[in-house]
Design a binder for this molecule. Structure first.
Ligand SMILES: Cc1cc2nc3c(=O)[nH]c(=O)nc-3n(C[C@H](O)[C@H](O)[C@H](O)COP(=O)(O)O)c2cc1C
Length: 188
């Protein structure tokens, strides 16, 4: 069974990302075709990238990088829960992604985004990044609107049909995640 990390893509005090990630996890854990874990970037206390060598070298000098590396290496696929900041993903998520390289390669990813325009531009931004990291990002995505899925733009109250979208996205992440796990095992 493949392991999927649901990554909380905001570290901001008062962030919406945590409630959204928990909701994704509650939907995901009803499934029996993959294992899921919430990964909170905040727990790793990552500073702005402070490794002297390129992550492609995999020669990490800091314990926070080694901890983050071990966590991401333990998954076969990811669901990125991302806000939209200035038509892109958050700086915190981009920085956390930049810390590593091989830990992402030949894995699958899906997106759950939120914002005034349902976080669409944050997902487009992440798709470009995924290309460089050799991550197979799936087509199905979940877009949550600040207008209709958050009461008073703050309390997360998703409209019910989004649960179906989460499962459609997970179907694709699990299919691609499984196929790429087989590929990685062949390459060993
Ligand atoms: C620096 C910053 C830039 C933002 N830029 C956008 C934007 O370009 N488009 C958008 O829809 N919302 C934008 N927002 C609103 C965020 O989507 C909203 O505040 C959301 O709650 C942020 O996610 P978080 O609470 O999980 O950190 C921005 C918010 C911040 C703090």
């Amino acid at each position: 069974m493949i392991r999927i990390g649901i990554i909380i893509g905001s570290t901001r005090p008062g962030r919406k990302a945590e409630a959204v990630a928990k909701w994704v996890y509650e939907i995901a854990e009803k499934r029996t075709d993959a294992e899921f874990e919430i990964v909170d970037i905040k727990d790793f206390n990552l500073p702005l990238l402070d490794e002297p060598m390129s992550p492609m070298m995999g020669r990490y000098t800091h314990q926070h990088t080694r901890d983050w590396s071990a966590k991401i290496a333990s998954f076969d696929a990811f669901v990125f829960v991302t806000p939209e900041y200035n038509h892109a993903t958050s700086g915190a998520l981009k920085n956390a992604i930049d810390f590593l390289y091989h830990e992402w390669v030949n894995k699958a990813a899906g997106f759950v985004a939120y914002g005034a325009a349902s976080g669409t531009r944050a997902v487009e931004n992440l798709r470009l990044i995924m290309g460089e990291l050799q991550v197979a990002d799936v087509r199905a995505q979940v877009g949550l609107s600040l207008f209709t899925d958050f009461e008073n733009f703050s309390v997360f109250k998703p409209v019910p049909n989004h649960e179906k979208s989460v499962n459609a996205m997970l179907d694709q992440v699990i299919a691609w995640g499984g196929a790429l796990k087989t590929l990685r095992e062949k390459q060993k």
